[in-house]
Design a protein around this ligand. Structure first.
Ligand SMILES: NC(=O)c1ccc[n+]([C@@H]2O[C@H](COP(=O)([O-])OP(=O)(O)OC[C@H]3O[C@@H](n4cnc5c(N)ncnc54)[C@H](OP(=O)(O)O)[C@@H]3O)[C@@H](O)[C@H]2O)c1
Length: 370
C-alpha cells in the first residue's frame, strides 16, 4: 500500500489517504507536542509523501493546533488539496455550560471558532468529539444536516460515542433522507480493541468509515517503556504530562511482548508493525498518526511499505483480542451449527459479527436437550 493510494471516506465521494496526520502534537501547550517549525516540517513532509487528510480539534493545544494548521494551509495555498477534519464538544469557557457539549448552541459557537482559527469558510469533516450523554440524537443530526446545506461543512462524523448512538443516528438519517454519518473516530490499536465487538460491525453494516486514533497507544507500542511494578519507566509522553489513560496494564505488556517478537521476525520496528496491522484491519479507512518529531513521522509513514505474513498476523490477532462474551458466544460456529440443525449454511456474505477468541465446543447434545 502507498500513502497516495486513496480510499473513500465510508460511503461518500471524498478521497482520503490511508494515513491521516494528527495534530494533537502541533504546539507544546499540553506538555508533549512540537514547536511551530517541527509541526510545519511534519505537515509539508506528509503532503509531499502523498497524504491529504489532516485531523485536528478546536481544543487541541488550546486552539493553537488549528491556528498552525490554518497558517500552513493558507501560506501554501493548499485549501483544495487538503481534507481538514476538526471536532467540537469540550468546554471552552469555564463556568459556561453552553460553552461545551453536543447541543446546537455550542456546535455553532465551536464551529465558528474553528473556521476562524483555520482561516477557511468550510470544514471538510466535522466531528462530534465525544458524547455528552444527554443531547438528543435528533438535535445533533438536524444541526449537522443544516451545516452541510449551509456549506459550512462537507461531511460529518462521530467520535467516542457508544455504537447504539451512532447506529440510531444513521438509521434516522436514512429514514428521513438527511445527511448520513460519513465516518467514526475511535481509539483502536493492538492494545485497545474493544470496538471490534460492536462499533466495527455496526460501521460496516451502515456504510460508515473508521479512523482510529492513538494507533500506538500513545507511544506505548514503540517498546520504549520498561515495566516497573504496576507502572512503566522511560522517556516519552506516557511518563510525562501527556498520559490521558493508563497504558501500563498487564494486558498491554503481554500484547507488547508478542508485538516485539513478531517485529523481530519481520525485521521491522514495532511501531511499523503495529501501524501496518491497523491500516489493514477490516473496516479501517485511515489511521490517524501522532508524531512529536519528523523522524517519528518518517518512521510511521514507512509502515505501509510491507505486509505481514498470515502466520505472524494470526499471532498479533490473538494477542490482544477481546474476550468472547455474551451474547457473542451464541455466534461461534459450533453454536450456529446447533441453530441450523448441523447443516452448513453459506450466507450471501460473511456475517458482521465479532465472536472473539472462541472456546472449544462442549460435548455435543442433541438439539432440544436444553
Ligand atoms: N477523537 C479523540 O478522542 C482523539 C483522542 C486522541 C487523539 N486523537 C487524534 O489522533 C491523533 C493520534 O493520536 P496519538 O497522538 O495518541 O497517537 P499515537 O500514535 O498512539 O501516539 C503518538 C505518540 O507516540 C510517540 N511516537 C509516535 N511515533 C513514534 C515512533 N516512531 N517511535 C517512538 N515513539 C513514537 C510520540 O510521543 P512521545 O515521543 O512524546 O513519547 C507521539 O506523540 C491525534 O493527533 C489526534 O489527531 C483523537
Amino acid at each position: 500500500m502507498k500513502l497516495n493510494e486513496y480510499t473513500t471516506l465510508g460511503r461518500t465521494g471524498l478521497r482520503v489517504s490511508p494515513l491521516c496526520l494528527g495534530t494533537m502534537t502541533f504546539g507544546t501547550e499540553w506538555g508533549f507536542g512540537a514547536e511551530e517549525d517541527v509541526s510545519k516540517q511534519q505537515f509539508n513532509r506528509f503532503l509531499e509523501a502523498g497524504g491529504n487528510f489532516i485531523d485536528t480539534a478546536d481544543g487541541y493545544t488550546n486552539g493553537h493546533a488549528e491556528e498552525l494548521l490554518g497558517k500552513f494551509v493558507t501560506d501554501g495555498k493548499l485549501r483544495d488539496r487538503v481534507v481538514i477534519a476538526t471536532k467540537y464538544t469540550f468546554g471552552a469557557q469555564p463556568g459556561n455550560p453552553n460553552g461545551g457539549g453536543n447541543g446546537r448552541k455550542n456546535l455553532y459557537r465551536a464551529l465558528e471558532g474553528s473556521l476562524r482559527r483555520l482561516k477557511t469558510d468550510y470544514v471538510d469533516l466535522y466531528y462530534l468529539h465525544a458524547w455528552d450523554t444527554f443531547t438528543p440524537i435528533e438535535e445533533v443530526l438536524s444541526t449537522m444536516d443544516d451545516l452541510v446545506s449551509e456549506g459550512k461543512i462537507r461531511y460529518y462524523g462521530m467520535s467516542d460515542t457508544p455504537a447504539w448512538y451512532f447506529s440510531r443516528m444513521q438509521t434516522i438519517a436514512e429514514k428521513e433522507g438527511k445527511e448520513r454519518i460519513a465516518t467514526l473516530q475511535l481509539e483502536y490499536s493492538l492494545a485497545e480493541r474493544n470496538i471490534e465487538r460492536e462499533h466495527i460491525p455496526a460501521a460496516q453494516e451502515l456504510g460508515i468509515g473508521l479512523c482510529p486514533w492513538s494507533p500506538l497507544a500513545g507511544g506505548f507500542l514503540s517498546g520504549k517503556y520498561k515495566k516497573e511494578g504496576n507502572s512503566g519507566t522511560g522517556v516519552g509522553r506516557l511518563t510525562g504530562r501527556g498520559a490521558i489513560f493508563n497504558k501500563f496494564t498487564e494486558h498491554n505488556w503481554r500484547v507488547l511482548e508478542v508485538l516485539q517478537d513478531v517485529s523481530k521476525k519481520l525485521g521491522k520496528p514495532p511501531v511499523q508493525v503495529a501501524l501496518n496491522w491497523l491500516v489493514t484491519q477490516p473496516g479501517v479507512t485511515s489511521v490517524i498518526l501522532g508524531a512529536r518529531t519528523t523522524v517519528q513521522l518518517e518512521d510511521n509513514l514507512a509502515s505501509l511499505d510491507f505486509s505481514i505474513p498470515a502466520e505472524l498476523r494470526e499471532r498479533l490477532e490473538i494477542a490482544g483480542a477481546p474476550e468472547t462474551a455474551h451474547p457473542y458466544n451464541f455466534y461461534v460456529p459450533w453454536m450456529q451449527a446447533r441453530v441450523s440443525g448441523n447443516v452448513t449454511v453459506r450466507p450471501w456474505r460473511p456475517a458482521n459479527i465479532y465472536v472473539g477468541a472462541t472456546a472449544p465446543p462442549p460435548e455435543q447434545k442433541a438439539a432440544g436437550d436444553d
